[in-house]
Design a protein around this ligand. Structure first.
Ligand code: IDP
Ligand code: MG
Length: 149
């Protein structure tokens, strides 16, 4: 099983899409093992997006992600990193396939509703940035035998 980091961004929260995103993760079969609402401050925003520090859109990205509360989650499942990236769709909502979160709910690359880790290494880094180990819950969920062979 893998764990990945997922976040409903400020635009997703303001547009009332928290439940929509959670619902899509749940119905796919992913298990939510940690979740909280927080308002990201500048320092955490810069750390989270440090790979983009030299990009022209970096400050706009930091302003966007700190513009309101977000909902951060850790989700678990077989190949969870890849599964969630597929579910949220391409970075640019204009190119994201219908049926994906960004394809169904976004209009602009700078307002793309959700974040999800792009690799196992990013997932580990991002999970530890947002959650303490004791905030992540180990439990078995009913029906797992009908989800996995
Ligand atoms: P990802 O969120 O799909 O992993 P990244 O390339 O890691 O995409 O970019 C991080 C975030 O930065 C994107 O989700 C988007 O909000 C923003 N972003 C990426 N490219 C651009 C751009 O060209 N203009 C404005 N914002 C961008
Ligand atoms: Mg990324």
């Amino acid at each position: 099983m893998e764990r990945t980091f997922v976040m409903v961004k400020p635009d997703g929260v303001q547009r009332g899409l928290i439940g929509e995103v959670i619902s899509r993760l749940e119905r796919k079969g992913l298990k939510i093992v940690a979740m909280k609402m927080l308002w990201i401050q500048e320092e955490l925003a810069r750390e989270h997006y440090m790979e983009h520090a030299e990009k022209p859109f970096f400050q706009a990205l930091v302003d966007y992600i700190t513009s309101g509360p977000v909902v951060a989650m850790v989700v678990e499942g077989k190949e969870a990193v890849k599964v969630v990236r597929t579910l949220i769709g391409a970075t640019n909502p204009i190119e994201a396939a219908p049926g994906t979160v960004r394809g169904d709910f976004g209009m602009d690359i700078g307002r793309n509703v959700v974040h999800a880790s792009d690799s196992l290494e990013s997932a580990e880094r991002e999970i530890s940035l947002f959650f303490n180990a004791d905030e992540i819950v180990d439990y078995s969920k009913s029906g797992e035998e009908w989800l996995y062979e």
